[in-house]
Design a protein around this ligand. Sequence first.
Ligand code: SF4
Length: 331
Amino acid sequence: MVDSTPPTRRFRRERLEIMAVLPGSALPRLRVLLCAPRGFCAGVVRAIDAVERALQKYGPPVYVRHEIVGAIFVEELTQVPDGDRPVIFSAHGVPKSVPEEAANRKLFAIDATCPLVTKVHREAMVHAKRGREILLIGHTGHPETIGTMGQLPAGSVTLIETAEDARKIQPKNPEALAYVTQTTLSVDDTAEMVAILKERFPAITGPHKEDICYATTNRQEAVKNVAPQVEAMIVVGAPNSSNSQRLREVAERSGCRATALVQRADDIDWNVFGNVKSLGITAGASAPEVLVEEIIDAFAKRYDVEVDTYAGPQEDVFFPLPRELRDTAAE
Ligand code: SF4
């Protein structure tokens, strides 16, 4: 599913409708390099489509457990009243206890968990069935981590957050050990942790194909290519978005002197970004393109902006809607 097309180093001039700058304008020049791919991934598109289709098919209200594109609907099923209203589980996935609770309460649940997260859930369950102790490389408290750990009884999965954790972990039986990972991690940090685990426990079993998803990998790759060519980088995304946070870190490590994760143009700190000559812009997997345009417009009010796009791997991943909604999609 990962697009392995090598990123080209060609740049494409964007024709964006940004504020026109009159010849002779006193505005300082700014070269903006847009990272591509950026923004929505196939899992988020599917979750958003699921909400739209559910509204179309069943009418409002539709409840969404957890967050889709920055809009928090409900955090727990206790906030969903009994009845036949659809409740949609977000792309992050949920612990097994959540669909169980929904079934007990006879709620109409629609699971929009990203298929690439479901793949990780399945891997963890197969390892458990084969008697392996499971390590999950991921971030404490992230909804995806909670969902993956919650596929198995409490205490079955040990979380590894850092290289230090990988160095210290003392499994009960190193011969029956496996690891899975969160889908939205830093590719480089994860590779380091996996290398440590493999060195310490050569018999450890890992995924056949990386758990870090194609969207996370491609967006980080694009940032790695753009960051050395710009002074500063803005990542459009929510502060609690793991893949967006990782993009900012990748930009920082790749040499940008200023980096920021912002949700809206109002979040831009002009003390930092008010005096740059080149700027990279990318967006996390749940950030809509309209917000990227808002950021460019904000810069165009202060600079004479020229926008180019770094053309990285093409993405053509598509996931069909949850089964309950497919007939609506066909209409
Ligand atoms: S970031 Fe990756 S795993 Fe998460 S929803 Fe998007 S495609 Fe799926």
